[in-house]
Design a protein around this ligand. Structure first.
Ligand code: HEM
Length: 409
């Protein structure tokens, strides 16, 4: 690899991918009818992995660019999209049977099928820094650096990134494989900055039931549901005038790595847990209501005190409290290690929206100042990305921004 030009390498990877496509070798079909068999189209007006009903697993990757050439950036985005289209169809990114050369596809997803894999790309604010790629005039106004929040404990190594890649699948190994091979294809133009695997999705669709987070509460009951077209149009898809034309049909993704302190949470009573969220633990219903999808009544009171406490998570996060604004949440749990004598756990909070300046930022300011959940959580990682619209077969995500760079050469 060393000694090859970046362009040559990306070209070789793309050519290898194309040759596998042509001869159909190393196709990775799963047993017909199994979960692994189900595929989600990569191409379309919007990127997949946003209103796609949440899959069981995520593997998130943030890359940082080590090139400063606009043409390299365009080539890289095209290479990543072409690979993502193949992966989403359950195909390897390149040949595995390579003899003395390292296999182009690393092979661990062979035979597992597409498993509803989606790969969603976003571009971080630094991509638009003046003097870097000549893109500063194209920077979307909603793509602001997130401001500091009152309760932040951010670790720089867990923050930021130039290209955010959300790989979700029903199979953890399929999601891992996508990230593994995209890192290899991105080198040497970009290198991994941070990455995290997660499970136990936030619900974003009417289909199925609501999973629970690692505090044992149902998560996603009050979410924007993918089937609610009016809410998705109003709160998720970017469009002019606040977004430039190249982002039309895209969206903005905010990612927060939030540590969940099981040591303190597990020692408080059920009543206090329910007061913290403002919902009942078992049913998921708002406090005082019977059913999970009963409306939040923020005016209700008992003995002169609000039924849903003043500082309950759902009150402070609710549209009623935030000028009518909502988010499409698509978070996942993560776990590992030991944290203050308890199991190490957290949430990779991922949300999509039309304008973070009116959605995530003000909502998070409210939560950071008073949310009772803040006593048991700590925000340690943070990133924001502009996710361009989807692309047609043969096109690539980001071509509305840098497509011209490729055509010029
Ligand atoms: C570890 C961190 C977090 C946990 C465990 C958590 C958990 C929950 C739970 C259990 C609910 C109620 C059920 C539901 O509607 O999903 C909820 C609602 C919600 N959360 Fe969180 N959350 C976390 C962080 C955040 C953050 C950082 C934000 C945004 C800044 C946020 C925004 C919301 C919103 C908008 C709702 C819906 C409120 C409504 O009913 O209108 N959450 N969350």
């Amino acid at each position: 690899v060393r000694g090859q030009t970046r362009r040559g390498l990306l070209g070789a990877a793309a050519a290898a991918a194309a040759s596998t496509l042509a001869d159909g070798s190393a196709s990775a079909a799963a047993a017909p009818g199994g979960d692994g068999d189900r595929r989600v189209a990569f191409h379309g007006r919007h990127q997949a992995g946003i209103t796609t009903p949440t899959q069981e697993h995520v593997h998130f990757l943030a890359l940082e660019l080590v090139t400063d050439s606009p043409r390299d950036l365009a080539e890289l985005l095209a290479t990543l999209s072409h690979a993502a289209a193949r992966l989403s169809a359950g195909e390897p990114v390149g040949p595995v049977a390579t003899g003395t050369a390292p296999p182009l596809d690393t092979g661990e997803a062979l035979g597992r099928g597409p498993a509803r894999l989606t790969i969603t790309f976003g571009l971080g604010p630094d991509v638009f820094a003046p003097g870097r790629f000549g893109l500063s005039t194209q920077r979307p106004a909603p793509l602001v650096e997130l401001p500091p929040f009152a309760s932040d404990s951010l670790q720089p190594g867990l923050c930021g990134g130039d290209i955010g890649i959300q790989a979700c699948a029903e199979d953890a190994q399929v999601a891992f494989h996508a990230v593994h091979d995209l890192i290899r294809l991105a080198s040497p133009a970009a290198r991994p900055r941070w990455s995290l695997a997660g499970f136990g999705r936030t619900r974003n669709s009417r289909a199925g039931s609501t999973p629970r987070n690692l505090f044992g509460f149902k998560e996603g009951s009050g979410n924007i549901m993918a089937e609610d077209g009016a809410a998705v149009r109003r709160f998720v898809w970017a469009r002019p005038p606040e977004s430039p034309e190249w982002m039309h049909g895209g969206t903005y993704m905010v990612v927060r790595r939030i540590r969940m302190l099981l040591a303190t949470w597990d020692s408080i009573g059920l009543d206090q847990q329910e007061q913290t969220f403002g919902r009942h633990k078992l049913s998921g219903a708002p406090l005082g209501a019977r059913h999970e999808f009963d409306p939040l009544d923020l005016q209700a009171s008992v003995d002169g005190r609000p039924r849903i406490p003043t500082f309950a998570h759902v009150r402070l996060a609710s549209p009623q409290y935030n000028g009518g604004q909502r988010l499409l949440r698509r978070g996942y749990s993560y776990a590992g290690g030991v944290d203050e004598g308890a199991a190490g756990a957290g949430q990779l909070f991922i949300c999509f929206q039309r304008d973070p300046r009116r959605q995530f930022i003000p909502i998070q300011h409210h939560l950071a100042l008073g949310d009772l959940l803040g006593e048991h959580t700590e925000h340690v990682g943070s990133a924001i990305f502009a996710c361009p619209p989807g692309c047609r077969p043969g096109g690539f995500v980001g071509e509305t921004l840098v497509g011209e760079q490729r055509r010029l050469h």
